[in-house]
Design a protein around this ligand. Structure first.
Ligand SMILES: Cc1cc2nc3c(=O)[nH]c(=O)nc-3n(C[C@H](O)[C@H](O)[C@H](O)COP(=O)(O)OP(=O)(O)OC[C@H]3O[C@@H](n4cnc5c(N)ncnc54)[C@H](O)[C@@H]3O)c2cc1C
Length: 433
């Protein structure tokens, strides 16, 4: 089958792009080599959380509008606040169709707790992480129980409580902690300490033990109205399990992100893949794009590791291969490169400039904002300075933004993926290929 577009990389950005294209009838394939950053993330989508000086941003879209003058190369300045806003609406509606509800406060950010009990600014959060009932109960200073499961070593409820107590809004709230013992532990073949979030999420997905788990929660919650659990209460059936646990316990059940594998991230990944398949998109997993041929400023075809002799052709290509984390950018001891096409990277040569001396430097680490150079439409630049006009770069591979310092990683991935899709749809409709 011939494709109108091939997306290289099936993470948050590539999948958002693929869904938008496929939903508009564009014939699209995604080729992806492995796991993406969602499997390590909180599963919330940060749009713009913090200013350069570290202050919290309440209205991210207003902030994006004000960026254009000071940071014209920032991906948000290139695509504009409207595209970011539209992409968030599109994203939310699509994952909701896959059964995953993501809540937000109209145009404003909200805060969510991390596993360390730190409150982080974000824009979209899953139902178990942020919802209206929970927000109101916290404001009423209702008692909170922060619970863990016996044998789960990747989360320390006592540490969460210690940090939460420092948060001014929780100063007068009673917070207790406790540990739940799961019924299936008896007779298990696995060492208890080998349990990871994914093992426990699969147990929840069976729904077999829910009444017994709910009984344990009630016992350990000591009458608390709000009960927080590590976020593994189901991958496939989260919504049903969450509702059932709330009914059985009479509490508001709240989820705190865990160490990887992130179940909140996995839910998002599954929801995106299922929407892509629903619209007829083709997902090729575990294959790696290794090279491409550029002729007259256009990418003619690409080749992959599994089908090295085959030339994969399309009118348009999108490159969403991520940053250093996923192999979209590569670093050796003294060089940085983009491994497929050798695209131009916006970074200094000297290794000493790549990082700050202090690990937790307020100014962050310079390498976090390195990435491929693009023009205003996200076309990347080759070493000779020429753009590839039918290739768009999106997501974490882009330069000139710092996802960690700004709290903007998920937002840039979603919005640039959406923007590239819109540009391709425009061109196809105008008969430009
Ligand atoms: C640990 C961690 C935690 C984070 N937490 C948050 C958070 O809480 N909130 C938030 O908003 N953002 C968070 N972010 C940032 C955000 O998750 C990422 O910026 C975003 O997911 C990046 O999406 P992406 O699609 O651009 O890249 P990725 O998710 O990295 O996906 C790139 C994909 O491309 C594939 N690939 C790479 N090379 C090739 C190739 N040659 N051929 C084919 N496929 C290839 C990779 O296997 C991967 O599947 C976090 C990031 C990390 C790393």
């Amino acid at each position: 089958m011939g494709y109108d577009c091939i997306v290289i990389g099936g993470g948050l950005s590539g999948l958002t792009c693929g869904i938008k294209l496929a939903s508009e009838g564009v014939r699209v394939a995604v080729i992806s080599s492995g796991m993406n950053a969602l499997h390590f993330s909180s599963g919330s989508i940060d749009v713009f959380g913090y200013t350069q000086s570290g202050s919290k941003i309440r209205k991210p879209f207003d902030h994006i509008e004000s960026l254009a003058g000071a940071s014209p190369e920032h991906p948000y300045s290139r695509i504009g606040a409207k595209a970011v806003r539209d992409s968030m609406d599109f994203f939310r509606e699509e994952v909701a169709k896959a059964g995953l509800v993501m809540n937000h406060e109209r145009d404003e950010n909200h805060v969510r707790a991390t596993g360390m009990g730190v409150m982080k600014v974000t824009f979209l959060s899953q139902e178990g992480v942020y919802n209206q009932k929970l927000k109101e109960a916290v404001a009423r200073r209702e008692k909170i129980a922060v619970l863990n499961f016996y044998g789960y070593r990747d989360y320390y409820a006592a540490l969460t409580v210690q940090q939460l107590k420092k948060y001014p809004a929780l100063k007068d709230t009673e917070i207790v902690t406790g540990e739940i013992s799961l019924p299936f532990y008896t007779g298990t073949q696995k060492n208890l300490h080998e349990f990871r979030s994914i093992d426990l999420a699969r147990v929840f997905d069976t729904e077999k033990y829910l009444p017994r788990i709910a009984g344990e929660i009630v016992k350990k919650a000591q009458g608390a109205r709000i009960v927080s659990l590590p976020a593994f209460i189901g991958i496939e059936n989260f919504s049903r399990i969450h509702t059932r646990l709330e009914e059985l316990t009479g509490s508001l059940i709240y989820e705190i992100p865990t160490l990887p594998p992130s179940i909140l991230g996995l839910r998002l990944d599954n929801a995106l893949r299922s929407r892509f398949a629903f619209y007829g998109g083709e997902y090729s997993a575990a294959d790696k794009v290794i090279a491409g041929t550029v002729e007259n400023g256009r990418l003619a075809h690409i080749r992959t590791e599994n089908y090295e002799g085959t030339m994969h052709k399309a009118a348009f290509f999108v490159m969403s291969t991520g940053s250093f984390f996923s192999g979209g950018l590569r670093s050796t001891f003294n060089s940085l490169d983009e491994p497929i096409f050798g695209l131009k990277i916006n970074a200094p040569q000297s290794r000493r400039e790549w990082y700050s001396q202090k690990f937790f430097d307020k100014k962050s680490h310079p390498f976090l904002s390195y990435g491929v150079e693009t023009d205003g439409e996200l076309h990347p630049t080759l070493q000779d300075g020429n753009c590839i006009e039918n290739l768009f770069c999106t997501g974490a591979i882009l330069s000139d933004y710092d996802p960690v310092q700004e709290g903007s990683g998920g937002g840039v991935a979603v919005s640039t993926g959406y923007f590239a899709a819109m540009k391709i749809i425009e061109r196809i409709r105008a008969g430009i290929r």
